[in-house]
Design a binder for this molecule. Structure first.
Ligand SMILES: *[C@@H]1O[C@H](CO)[C@@H](O)[C@H](O)[C@H]1NC(C)=O
Ligand SMILES: *[C@@H]1O[C@H](CO)[C@@H](O)[C@H](O)[C@H]1NC(C)=O
Ligand SMILES: *[C@@H]1O[C@H](CO)[C@@H](O)[C@H](O)[C@H]1NC(C)=O
Length: 714
């Protein structure tokens, strides 16, 4: 009853009675967030501090009517100081309401779809749009963005991640995303730090990975988040080199907090803790395990195992993030848990989701200029286009929207009265092929799904949905109607397209979100000229990267893979394809993506940058007949002595260029971009020698090349 009374009173007396943080020395806006947080900690009692280091129980049914656990995660407020609670919620791609909660939120395109845009403005718009919905739901911490580099093509969470298979792509795109989220006074959470690169046995596997590989391949997206001022990070379920991620002093302390200089706080993934881990660099333990609650922390302090200055530092990190992002500047009513039931989807968010999904759509093939489709025709729509359409993956990265724009409806709306649309779900291959044959165009929607906690068992489209036989269906349709067939592939990551050269056009939108249908119709009918590029390789065959069982899923055996060895080191994704000179027969290379117009590249020029490094300029001209934008990519070849693969080190998207219009792009190669991680000095070390600079439209479509040499004075 006492508990009930406490709940009732905080319910009946909403936080609106308190304006916010009480005034004190920490209120001085001329001080840094670090100094202000430090002063605030000095005012707190030990009890107040300890309660902040273990999140309260999450989203269980008995907790739904308690402000302490109304969201997926909570840190209770310090009411004496007028300090707000931390209301944290899933996920990286929009506000996920547990099913028992009402109120709309937008299912945005997934992280991988945004990665495919290679567009920093789009990334900002995505972060800002999601952040606004979190704010409107009373949540001041978004459990995202997801950043892990797609080492394992089968990884069930690749759709959530902004990096695709490239650390530089993730490094660049995460910065506007974090700034967008945090512009809404919502703290972002970069996850999952680190090496959570497979879901198979994720809570048991030890990722055996050397320091140089960590710094060069896996940390850069998280480093980008730090540069953008991210307030928090989440440590992962797996072990790294034998130590659990959330109690790993090498990765959390030496690497993240010291070398990368992360100033925010580290929280555990739910249930990812195994000990009292504060000294190893964990700041907040989330529910699902209890090794670091107030009682255990107090005992550890009394036993001298934990020092009070460690507690102070962890609390300071939490408060600093809240002050820096502006959470503390809002009235407490902003973070009222009652807001979680609101409808926050708006016509503006729906329009943005549509625009972003189209920007992340990649045109893989377009023989004979079949696309964009002409109006006034008979169009056969086949496959996963109706209520069966795929629009998001599963797990904490899922969002149930209030409505979904299906491809069938999107195409109907785009065609209007001018043409005829006929639909077949594709299960009867003969009927579907006949329908395609009798139509001017056939648009076949295929796809597969994945979710948190599971890897896909295969890269085939015939695994992951209940439509087994998708490949056979496309192949059959191609026999009768290949020259007028467009295949749209909706996929959570890399996928095999064995029939890709037998159909005229292939498009992928990864996981497009609730505006799937309108966005794909925008591209197919030419309202949007596609400019997306593949953020990961589409292979020719299963396990083309030749992973042994020891690399993935790990040994000693597939049922209990205790160790996954990163013996490929830097040769991840397309870097392996380059090293082995693999050709693309049915797959498509990293960075590939066509347009409805054509671009020519010219006038490559290199200059020394006054601050070190190089400035690379070149021109791009739209030589086709339609307005469009191009994403130009810069790949660097290091001097052989550096032992570095061919790798992305620059990209830029042009503005929309009219037919015949040209522009000049400028890319910066920073000294850091010409460096390797030196394990001996634990720092970035610039390489001397001859570098090759390749600029082009994909990793396999290089249009311009030059060289320069550097001398390093020791
Ligand atoms: C905490 O701050 C309040 C308000 O400024 C002040 O009255 C109080 O003395 C401070 N207490 C401590 C322990 O610093
Ligand atoms: C929220 O949206 C749903 C439809 O998705 C509607 O039924 C409900 O009335 C709306 N609630 C409010 C408060 O507007
Ligand atoms: C220009 O683009 C069209 C449409 O993508 C394509 O069919 C054509 O081959 C391109 N022309 C050149 C010269 O690249």
């Amino acid at each position: 009853m006492a508990w009930m009374a406490a709940v009732m009173s905080s319910w009946l007396m909403p936080f609106t009675q308190v304006a916010g943080l009480i005034p004190g020395p920490w209120s001085d806006p001329s001080l840094s967030a670090h100094e202000r947080a430090h002063l605030l900690v000095a005012n707190m009692t030990l009890t107040e501090k300890l309660q902040m280091l273990h999140g309260s129980e999450d989203g269980r049914s008995e907790c739904m009517d308690n402000p302490r656990c109304a969201y997926v995660g909570n840190i209770a407020p310090v009411e004496r100081l007028g300090m707000p609670p931390v209301n944290m919620n899933d996920g990286p791609q929009g506000f996920r309401s547990p099913t028992s909660l009402a109120g709309t939120s937008t299912a945005w395109p997934s992280g991988l779809t945004i990665a495919a845009s290679w567009d920093e403005e789009a990334a900002f718009e995505w972060g800002q749009g999601m952040g606004k919905e979190f704010y409107d739901k009373g949540s001041n911490l978004q459990l995202g963005p997801g950043l892990n580099v797609a080492r394992v093509p089968l990884n069930g969470r690749n759709f959530e991640y902004l990096s695709g298979e490239d650390p530089y792509l993730g490094y660049r795109l995460v910065q506007p995303v974090v700034k967008g989220i945090q512009s809404q006074k919502v703290v972002a959470n970069a996850k999952h730090f680190i090496q959570n690169n497979q879901e198979t046995n994720r809570a048991g596997v030890s990722e055996e990975v050397d320091e140089r590989t960590r710094f060069e391949v896996y940390y850069p997206p998280f480093e980008g988040a730090v540069e953008a001022g991210v307030g928090s990070m989440m440590c992962s379920y797996n072990k790294i080199n034998g130590y659990w991620s959330c109690e790993n002093p090498s990765t959390l302390q030496s690497d993240l907090k010291q070398a990368i200089n992360f100033e925010g706080y580290v929280m555990s993934d739910w249930g990812a803790t195994h000990s009292m881990s504060i000294a190893a660099g964990l700041d907040v333990e989330q529910p699902g395990a209890a090794w670091m609650n107030a009682d255990l922390l107090r005992q550890a302090l009394e036993a001298g195992v934990v020092k009070e200055n460690q507690v102070d530092e962890s609390v300071r990190r939490i408060l600093q993030a809240m002050i820096q992002v502006g959470v503390m500047d809002e009235p407490l009513s902003a973070w009222d848990w009652g807001k979680r039931l609101r409808n926050v989807t708006t016509s503006a968010s729906v329009a943005s989701a549509r625009r972003l999904s189209a920007k992340g759509t990649v045109l893989l093939r377009n023989e004979g200029g079949l696309l964009p489709l002409a109006p006034g025709k008979r169009v056969a729509v086949i496959g996963l286009a109706d209520a069966n359409a795929i629009y998001h993956g599963g797990g904490s990265g899922s969002v149930e929207p209030s409505f979904v724009s299906t491809p069938l409806q999107g195409i109907r709306d785009a065609v209007g009265d001018s043409g005829t649309i006929v639909y077949n779900d594709g299960r009867d291959v003969v009927a579907a092929a006949e329908l395609a044959k009798q139509s001017d165009y056939a648009i076949v929607f295929v796809g597969t799904l994945s979710r948190e906690d599971f890897d896909r068992s295969s890269l085939s489209l015939d695994v992951g949905t209940d439509w087994i036989g998708q490949n056979e269906a496309v192949s059959r349709i191609a026999v009768y109607a290949g020259q007028k067939t467009v295949v749209v592939v909706t996929t959570p990551g890399a996928v095999l397209l064995p029939w890709s050269r037998q159909v005229a056009a292939v498009v992928t939108n990864f996981m497009p979100g609730q505006q799937a249908g309108n966005a794909i119709a925008d591209v197919l009918f030419g309202n949007v000229n596609p400019s997306g590029k593949l953020p990961l390789t589409f292979p020719n065959s299963e396990n083309e990267i030749q992973f042994s069982a020891a690399q993935y899923p790990g040994v000693p055996d597939s049922k209990a893979p205790a160790y996954a060895f990163y013996t490929e080191q830097l040769q991840v994704g397309y870097r392996f394809y380059e090293a082995k000179h693999l050709q693309f027969k049915t797959g498509f290379p990293f960075g590939h993506g066509l347009s409805y117009t054509n671009f020519t590249y010219g006038s490559l020029n290199l200059q020394d940058n006054s601050g070190g490094g190089k400035i690379v300029t070149f021109t791009i001209k739209n030589t086709g007949a339609r307005r469009g934008a191009e994403v130009a990519q810069l790949y660097l070849e290091f001097p052989a002595s550096a032992g570095e693969p061919f790798q992305l080190k620059g990209f830029a998207k042009t503005k929309l260029l009219e037919a015949g219009e040209a522009c000049t792009l400028q890319l910066h190669l920073r000294p850091r971009d010409l460096s390797i991680w030196d394990v001996a000095t634990r720092s970035w070390s610039q390489v001397g020698g001859v570098f090759g600079v390749s600029v082009g439209s994909s990793s396999r479509d290089i249009r311009l090349r030059t060289e320069f040499s550097t001398t390093i004075l020791v």
